[in-house]
Design a binder for this molecule. Sequence first.
Ligand code: SF4
Length: 435
Amino acid sequence: MNIYIHTLGCFKNEVDSSGIATILRSSGFNVVEDINRADVVILNTCGFIRPAKEESISYIWRFIERKRKTGVRLIVTGCLAQRYLKELFDEFPEVDAVVGLGNIREFPNIINRVLSGDRFVKDGSLDNLLKFEIDRPSLVYYLKIADGCNNRCRYCAIPLIRGNLQVKNPEEILREVEGVLAKGSRELILVAQDLTSYRYKDYNLVDLLKDLNSIAGEFWIRLMYLYPSRVDETLIEAIANLDKVVKYVDIPLQHIDDSVLASMGRPGREVAERAVRLVREIPDVIIRTSFIIGYPTETQTAFENLLEFLSRERLHRVGFFIYSQEEGTPAYELGDPIPDRVKRFRVKRAQILQEKITLDFHKNLIGKRFKVLVENKLDRTIDGCKIFIGRTYMDAPEIDSRVFIKSEEDILGKFVDTIIERLEGYDFWGRLWRD
Ligand code: SF4
């Protein structure tokens, strides 16, 4: 029986899909990459903001179309399913099962029930969000060390969907990491809703970083989603001094204007600026952050404050999201007073400003030498050379820049020293460093 899994949303959803694939393979199912070979399609949805919900819904329709043509069975799971279990079941009678979060180990039974013709919903069990294995780790491995969140940012639906913070036992994490490194992973990307809130009894994120760093072998450790008020000297020291931890810090600030941050229920400007100052103490550090534009209380002045902050701080990697009014969140009561065209115009202004800052930074990298993790290869060749794609420590997968390298020898899966030769949009072309 062939099962095809389609994943939407964040890195954490990728991890869940790998968990589903693992349990299905261990139960004798065949997990296929080609949807045309599928008997059952599992759609792992995202559901925390409007654009993500709309994308998930469009994929449900797309797979219903496929079901009408091919008779393939359709299971919808993930955050949208968790949030709207009954609604999706009633709204889409052609969906065979709607499955809440935390059911990864149940998927063999779920598939068998669907194949036997049952149509059902399966409630989520959030206690099991971290309870699954992954059998085929990739070169770049997303290491989910916690799930859920105890912060209560007023615009955010994630605590409603994934519940309160749960953390993985450090022994389990270290065993998991030993396993995936032995199977060829060369980059560990630590993910959670808020990585800095990781604590298992007296064991915290810094303890974990030290233990991961002490594992033998050549690999990178990358941190995503740090919460500003929990960025302290000890963490900064660990990132700066542990050689396997890449000097890349992802710290979503969401806004910089004090009144907006207060209304969001987030730490104030002073805390955010202090966190950025601390992070800058790490030599050659790359700072990634993200901002929400168009939050109900964002005045023109508040937005100008954000632009001023961007111009002054000149951060390296910045994402902008349009505010999405989400039912069930405390901010929902504020309505959505800022017209979409104003939100889009503000995002455009911010993006134009940030694009210049990032590209100016990139121009200064030409001629410099960086270690690149090579993770892909293009089908075509140039001058008889294959073209490989990798990333420097300055770039997380999918959201940051890539480096294209021509090479006669096969360098896939390797760390290679590379000289940046030129820019191509946000990406780079580099040549292999030869001693
Ligand atoms: S820290 Fe992130 S996941 Fe947690 S409530 Fe805030 S925005 Fe949502």
